[in-house]
Design a protein around this ligand. Structure first.
Ligand SMILES: Cc1ncc(COP(=O)(O)O)c(C=O)c1O
Length: 404
């Protein structure tokens, strides 16, 4: 096979990609992305692609947004990183304050980590440790939903419910009890309820399950149930956070405040890896005192570049009034897609859309890529989740690439 350029050659010789059949990968030649601008990605051959899944659900304001670039450049010139152990940092302090300001008097603490999976690890470990040192040692289990996806580190994977992601790990991680929907909670054995530390959910819509929205009001009922049973509620807003639903956070749509809120992906507008887990003062207070510290952290916790990017992203939300058009854009795409005969069972929350196709999602997305639109299928579900900044013309380009 003709390998077109030195990057593909080096990739095929030495790199290893996530969730990828490497044998198949080495037979093909994927675009090598060199540059991004707005919703567009450009490869080294100069071809452009509309980023139809926001670079795996991370990008919010478009690629290389000038405000983000400037914030990162200015921060890099001043300080790239300093340890968060025994030291505070300007940008991390500002970001913790800014994130907690979305939840005045409720989620008042912020713990930083690196990506979605670690945001979940933090919440899980914090919930479990809190039980151990606050007189509830019998609460060691986690209730999770079937078909859920919470990441790939061992703890996050073990609470997942999509079999292809947890094969080989489901049994070696946490004590997990899986339920399919709200009704199952009403019939849970008492022993499960009394031994549960936390229940974890992707609010409003399950992503990796195939873009499956929960019934309206489900989150509110779940919060009432978890409060009544004394079980921590962990909301995984790694995908839904930062405007994708039309609200800044999905939980705001049903007026729900969890015990833990996990944020990543869109936190930096899609520019830098950074995550944050927000929690209540009650949780925080339970870790005060000798021998009660939260023993968790990464070398890059509170990274100054990531925090500067996240602050700049929050400022862009205000400056560009980003949230105001999310619902309208989502409705336009849904309306136009629904007219196409190949679209089956379309689902949407805000600017997150999934629909099913017959004949294979992989092949569908390969054809889309040839027509200049990038997205990834989930089996036979096609995900359309462009940056929130997408314009009407760009949406029309995306629609024109789809078959009639
Ligand atoms: C809901 C949800 N939680 C957690 C994760 C894991 O995030 P990351 O890939 O940044 O570890 C994802 C990733 O797709 C996700 O969709």
């Amino acid at each position: 096979m003709d390998l077109p350029n030195k990057w593909i050659q080096a990739d095929h010789a030495h790199a290893w990609h996530p969730f990828t059949d490497q044998e198949e990968w080495e037979r093909e030649s994927a675009p090598v992305i060199a540059r991004g601008e707005g919703v567009w990605l450009f490869d080294v051959e100069g071809r452009r692609y509309l980023d139809g899944n926001s670079s795996i659900w991370t990008n919010i304001h478009g690629h290389s947004h000038p405000d983000l670039v400037l914030a990162i450049q200015e921060q890099a010139a001043r300080l790239c990183h300093s340890s968060y152990l025994g030291l505070a940092s300007e940008r991390a302090s500002e970001l913790a304050e800014a994130l907690c300001a979305f939840f005045p008097g409720t989620l008042e603490r912020c713990f930083f980590s690196d990506d979605g999976s670690t945001a979940l690890e933090v919440a899980l470990k914090m919930s479990l440790q809190w039980r151990q040192q606050n007189g509830e040692t019998e609460r060691r289990g986690i209730i999770a939903f079937e078909d859920a996806y919470h990441g790939d580190t061992l703890g996050a994977a073990s609470i997942g419910g999509v079999s292809r992601f947890i094969k080989g790990y489901a049994e070696v991680g946490l004590e997990v009890y899986r339920v399919a929907h709200l009704d199952d909670l009403m019939n849970l054995p008492q022993v499960v309820i009394e031994s549960a530390s936390a229940i974890v959910i992707e609010p409003l819509i399950q992503g990796v399950a195939g873009m499956r929205p929960w019934p309206e009001g489900m989150l509110l009922s779940l919060r009432a149930w978890s409060q009544e049973k004394g079980i921590h509620l962990i909301l995984d807003e790694v995908m839904t956070g930062f405007g994708r639903t039309g609200a800044m956070f999905a939980c705001q749509k049903e007026g729900v405040i969890p015990d833990f809120l996990c944020l990543a992906k869109g936190l930096t507008g899609g520019s830098m890896p950074l995550a944050a887990t927000l929690m209540t003062s009650e949780i925080y207070e339970g870790f005060k005192g000798v021998g009660r510290s939260f023993f968790y952290g990464h070398s890059y916790t509170g990274n100054a570049l990531g925090c500067a990017a996240a602050l700049a992203s929050l400022a862009i939300f205000k400056k560009e009034n980003t949230l105001s058009e999310v619902e309208e854009k989502g409705a336009y795409l849904e309306g136009e897609l629904s007219k196409r005969s190949f679209v089956k069972a379309i689902r949407r929350v805000g600017l997150m859309i999934g629909f099913d196709v017959t004949g294979g999602g992989q092949e569908f997305c390969r054809v889309l890529r040839e027509r200049g639109v990038l997205t990834r299928p989930i089996l036979d579900t096609i995900v359309v989740m462009p940056p929130l900044s997408i314009s009407r013309d760009e949406m029309d380009f995306l629609l024109a690439a789809m078959p009639e």
